[in-house]
Design a protein around this ligand. Structure first.
Ligand SMILES: Cc1cc2nc3c(=O)[nH]c(=O)nc-3n(C[C@H](O)[C@H](O)[C@H](O)COP(=O)(O)OP(=O)(O)OC[C@H]3O[C@@H](n4cnc5c(N)ncnc54)[C@H](O)[C@@H]3O)c2cc1C
Length: 302
């Protein structure tokens, strides 16, 4: 991608060949052709305008739902974490949160403000931008249940404000349907909660403790690898197919929670992807169910 020169007048950080393994919770992934951490929204606008029209653009939050292949990512990767990080209260029940804010911070701040239910955000180790893209949810709560509107930016650096009604939202799925899909990314959202003066930081701690008992929190993973099929649990299907502990290279199916695939320290993205395919094939053969990935797989094979 020659048109974006490193000497261009961006004040943010532009790196050629940044290893994506530094930016994903699986700690795997080859280099991004261009990795960009904008300094602010104007910097981002200038960058988007300078990109060649045919250059692919991938946005990344905390990389907690991303498997980046070993050959890396063509085009530009735009990182939001640490950049779009403002969070403030707008009214008795509404807050404005930028896309780079970690969900855990949103949860804690809402509890301090006496707003909820927002504790569930503490269980999502990503940014609000990633949570909006995924309709991330935990402990019975879902991101889009709280969206009043989102702010987006498109490929030509134009800004939009879109109400919730412009999106078709389902379990771990979000699709812009009005107007028909264009290439847009989330810069922030106006979120609505209820007044919960009794909300307490201990509620968050209790939820996280409960989770630690059943999930390999702290290990290198992408969280739940597969979405739960209707009326069932991916973990149950994987476990009863005898796959707990199954390994390929440095990747293994967690023995604690079968829907988690772990990088034991030396896995490649190919190990993880091969294990994902093996799990899908085995579950299909034994249970007749086609598991769909919840994690997003991007990039080129090595
Ligand atoms: C240990 C662990 C536990 C987890 N538990 C849960 C859970 O309980 N519930 C749950 O739902 N998820 C869970 N996850 C998955 C993950 O944390 C969520 O999907 C989260 O919302 C991803 O946010 P992120 O910022 O890391 O996004 P990334 O992984 O960086 O990106 C995910 C997707 O969102 C897109 N994206 C990111 N930012 C933007 C943006 N600003 N605009 C448009 N698109 C964007 C990316 O391009 C990509 O397609 C877990 C993951 C781990 C590792």
């Amino acid at each position: 991608m020659n048109a974006v020169s490193l000497s261009s007048a961006f004040t943010g950080r532009v790196v050629r060949g940044e290893p994506m393994s530094r930016h994903t919770s699986w700690h795997v992934g080859g280099p991004a052709e261009i990795y960009f951490e904008p300094r602010d929204v104007h910097d981002l606008e200038a960058f988007l305008r300078a990109l060649p029209a045919d250059a692919a653009v991938t946005w990344i939050g905390l990389g907690s739902n991303l498997l980046v292949r070993d050959g890396g990512v063509r085009g530009a990767v735009v990182a939001t974490h640490g950049v779009f990080d403002r969070l403030h209260r707008l009214s008795q029940t509404e807050v404005h949160c930028e896309a780079g804010v970690p969900c855990a911070r949103l949860a804690k701040q809402c509890v301090k403000w006496g707003l909820g239910p927002a504790e569930f955000f503490a269980g999502i180790p990503g940014t609000l931008g990633g949570a909006l893209a995924m309709n991330a949810g935990a402990f019975g709560g879902e991101t889009w249940s709280h969206v009043v509107h989102v702010e987006t930016i498109d490929r030509a650096a134009r800004h939009h404000q879109r109400p919730r009604e412009d999106y078709t939202v389902g379990y771990r799925s979000v699709r812009q349907t009005n107007p028909p899909p264009t290439e847009e990314w989330f810069l922030g959202a106006r979120l609505k909660f209820e007044r919960r003066p009794q909300a307490h930081a201990d509620d968050i701690r209790a939820l996280l403790e409960r989770r630690k008992e059943t999930q390999p929190i702290g290990a290198w993973s992408g969280g739940s690898t597969f979405v739960n099929p209707p009326g069932d649990h991916a973990a149950r299907l994987i476990e009863t197919a005898g796959l707990k502990g199954h390994r390929i290279g440095g990747a293994s199916v967690s023995t604690k929670h079968a829907n988690f695939i772990l990088n034991e320290g030396h896995a490649t993205a190919a190990d993880i992807e091969n294990l994902i395919v093996t799990v899908q094939q085995t579950v299909r053969r034994i249970h007749g169910v086609a598991l769909q990935t919840e994690v997003r797989i991007i990039g080129e094979t090595a």
